[in-house]
Design a protein around this ligand. Structure first.
Ligand code: COS
Length: 385
């Protein structure tokens, strides 16, 4: 399908595709096995200027949008959804700063993020606040010129490897979501402690860890926007980043599909290629159709965001639901087409299946996305009455 990408977007896609084939694919299995953070690949990404994409030009970025980020995330994820996350997780961690930071804060932090010298992480989730993000308990108390943060964030992508942490904490616990505020915390700040590193089913090349604040004192200038805006910033951040998860899911699905087609053409049973059997053909046809449908929705949402739409929460959630579910179905079918070989770690498709699962879970489970979509539909309907 032709998505009429601009020349620039085609070039970005080609560059990202080449990078994925040359630098990510050859080491994907190794990092999946060891679960080490892929620093050498991340450094190459930085050299390739991929971290500049979504940062405005005045802060050393390329001034690209969600569409550019989507294309790169998709291409990287075709090779490895975990390694792609070093970049996508940094974009997520950067969004609160882009959404609510002032010029001084942007000047201070964005150039290092653009060069890839610093990675970012977004800290919202807590042990008792997953889907119910409004139930966070981490507090930030203003004392003189400093806020003191206390609490535990967990399942933090890029936790322990990022230099900058955008954190949602309660400045006024009595006000619930209206008492939350957003902050930026730098690695090396006393009281910022990295806890348990998670041992995960998939996306194992991505670092996921606990981030603990123990009397962590940060200058009051690190508040992003005003007190009380934190929950809104978190929600806007997620609205903007969910198409990125969808793009990751899309890349994972496409990667598994490409392997499945190749395998089906070459695998011979009953004296012929299994691709000649209708049972396999119909599976491949459905997989291709589902992937294309997901791609069409993701690109449309990305374009909607980049063209300045104000409210895209519903469409953003739709892209994640669709692509996450497609990724799970397509990767499971890819394993099925590989048969017994698909179940073995020597073959690439079981990793895609493990990597796909998280896209139905993080940045809001697909059940939460359906709730968000339904909420929008009902609100829109009431407005038109
Ligand atoms: N943009 C801007 N503001 C938003 C918003 C959005 N997309 N969604 C909600 N808000 C505002 C609401 O307008 C409301 O503001 P007021 O108090 O001023 O009226 C406030 O935020 C609270 O909204 P709501 O009552 O809808 O919040 P809930 O506690 O019911 O939570 C969900 C809403 C479930 C959607 C939210 O908790 C969520 O997204 N959960 C999933 C979290 C998630 O994705 N976690 C992944 C962690 S990051 S990897």
């Amino acid at each position: 399908m032709d998505y009429f990408l601009t020349e620039e977007q085609e070039a970005i896609r080609e560059l990202a595709g080449d990078f994925a084939r040359e630098k990510i694919a050859p080491v994907a299995a190794k990092y999946d096995e060891t679960a080490e953070f892929p620093w050498p690949v991340v450094k190459e990404m930085a050299k390739g200027d991929f971290f500049r994409l979504w940062i405005p030009e005045e802060y050393d970025g390329m001034g690209g949008g969600v569409m550019d980020l989507t294309l790169v995330t998709e291409e990287f994820s075709k090779a490895c959804g975990g390694i792609a996350l070093a970049l996508a997780g940094t974009a997520l961690g950067t969004f609160p700063l882009l959404i609510n930071g002032n010029d001084e804060q942007k000047k201070k932090y964005l150039p290092a993020l653009a060069s890839g010298e610093a990675l970012a992480a977004f800290c919202l989730t807590e042990p008792a606040a997953g889907s119910d993000a409004g139930a966070i308990q981490t507090t930030a108390k203003l004392e003189g010129d400093y806020y003191t943060l206390n609490g535990t964030k967990h399942f933090i992508t890029n936790g322990g490897v990022a230099k900058y942490y955008t954190v949602i904490a309660l400045t006024n616990p009595a006000r619930g979501t209206r008492g939350a505020s957003a902050f930026i915390v730098e690695e090396g700040t006393e009281g910022l402690i990295f806890g348990k590193k998670e041992n995960k089913m998939g996306i194992r090349a991505s670092a996921t860890s606990e981030v603990v604040f123990q009397d962590c004192k940060i200058p009051k200038e690190n508040l992003l926007g005003r007190e009380g805006q934190g929950f809104m910033v978190a929600m806007k951040t997620l609205d903007k980043s969910r198409p990125g998860v969808a793009a990751q899911a899309l890349g994972i699905a496409q990667g598994a599909f490409d392997h499945a087609v190749e395998y089906a053409r070459h695998r011979r049973q009953f004296g012929q290629s299994i691709a000649s059997f209708q049972a396999i053909q119909f599976m491949l046809a459905d997989m291709a159709t589902q992937i294309e449908a997901a791609r069409a929705v993701i690109y449309s949402v990305a374009r909607m965001i980049d063209s300045g739409a104000k409210d895209f929460g519903k469409e953003s959630a739709m892209s994640k639901v669709l692509a996450g579910d497609v990724a799970m179905k397509v990767t499971t079918d890819a394993v099925q087409i590989f048969g017994g070989y698909g179940y073995m770690k020597e073959y690439p498709v079981e990793k895609y299946m493990r990597d796909a699962k998280i896209t139905q879970i993080y940045e809001g489970t697909n059940q939460i996305q359906r709730g968000v979509i339904a909420h929008h539909i009902i609100r829109e309907s009431a407005r038109h009455k």
